[in-house]
Design a protein around this ligand. Structure first.
Ligand SMILES: O=C(O)CCC(=O)C(=O)O
Length: 346
């Protein structure tokens, strides 16, 4: 196979069915003028930018032969008339982007073919059974910053949250045959992610990058009974989560939209409000993906630096399994030594 064809083979297995937010049925801009403006912007942009930029990479996918190929080989190809295929791909990306920008999250159900999802679940479970994994457990502040003794221990600045899960890092995954590794390294997926999560000015600036770290690039999470993640803000602007095996009970991803106005604000009152009313099962002030629910093969984008989020403790025996794919806005980014030790045992 030519170098481009291998990653493409995986991308051909993607199933772009629809995009869902939190129970919103129509996530496209309701205003037709806005929609046209957006499409016009996309159409002109590819002429203005260099061929190496993410925007033009995506334009090539959306307009050119790759989109034809992608859609004609995916299982949803029969949903589309040939002449409207390119438009459908662009619409999927725009729906996703709109949902991400207006609710902090975008969800594409059944993004990856189920036989590949099964392969990834099998790989994760096999590696865990061979003890090729690390049990990451910690008490941390919501901000993932060390304690500040000028605040009381129960102040939102210092209040501790408990998180635990098994992690199978990128270095343990078979780079040649794992669908996760191949999908993560495909330029098409990166272009799609960039299109969804970056603002227009950022897209103009340039691309996203895969991680420079051999461990956190793409990794499996396994949440067993009582495992979960306490409320936290991420250090990175956004997260991309491929759901493989949702928890049967518990293990829900919850997000509080617009908890803080920028990635470094403290916003103690809003954080306190979330902590005050939360119990393990369900937060009345958070959003959950419900309609349709997150299922095997769902791709979830979330803006984790601005929006407080958590994974509720898993209650059922069956583990919740997902994969996190790390994309960065700067080349060669790596977590600091503390995070590597704490989360990956490296
Ligand atoms: O496992 C998940 O669904 C979310 C993980 C998460 O919250 C994070 O990576 O910050």
């Amino acid at each position: 196979m030519a170098p481009l064809v291998l990653p493409l083979a995986i991308l051909l297995a993607l199933q772009p069915c629809c995009v869902a937010g939190f129970g919103l049925t129509n996530l496209l801009p309701s205003n037709n003028d806005q929609r046209k403006k957006r499409l016009r912007f996309l159409a002109t942009r590819s002429n203005e930018e260099s061929s190496s930029s993410v925007a033009s990479t995506f334009e090539e996918i959306a307009r050119g032969g790759q989109a034809e190929l992608l859609l004609s080989h995916s299982s949803v190809s029969s949903y589309f008339e040939p002449e409207s295929r390119k438009g459908k791909l662009l619409r999927l990306a725009n729906q996703c982007r709109h949902s991400y920008l207006t609710t902090g999250i975008a969800h594409i159900p059944q993004f990856v073919r189920l036989d590949l999802v099964d392969k990834m679940v099998e790989e994760a479970i096999n590696l865990q059974q061979r003890e090729e994994c690390f049990y990451s457990t910690e008490d941390h502040t919501v901000y993932q910053e060390p304690n500040d003794s000028s605040f009381a221990q129960d102040h939102p600045r210092n209040a501790l949250q408990r998180s635990s899960k098994w992690i199978i890092d990128f270095d343990r995954i078979d780079q040649g045959s794992s669908p996760l590794a191949i999908l993560y390294k495909s330029p098409e997926l990166k272009a799609f992610v960039s299109y969804v999560v970056r603002s227009d000015s950022e897209i103009k600036d340039d691309a996203l990058y895969t991680s420079g770290c051999p461990y956190n690039a793409a990794y499996y999470n396994l949440y067993e009974p009582n495992d979960g993640l306490g409320w936290h803000f991420d250090k990175s602007q956004f997260g991309v989560n491929l759901e493989l095996q949702p928890g049967e009970l518990g293990g829900d991803f919850e997000l509080c939209w617009n908890t803080r106005e920028d990635d470094s604000a403290w916003c103690f009152d809003k954080v306190q409000n979330v902590l005050d009313v939360s119990d393990d099962a369900h937060s009345p002030v958070a959003q959950r993906i419900q309609d349709p629910p997150v299922g095997p093969g769902s791709l979830v984008f979330f803006a984790g630096a601005r929006n407080l989020h958590r994974v509720t403790p898993v209650v059922s025996q069956k583990p919740r399994i997902n994969a996190i794919m790390t994309f960065e806005t700067q080349p060669n980014q790596r977590p600091n030594a503390y995070s590597l030790k704490k989360f990956f045992g490296r």
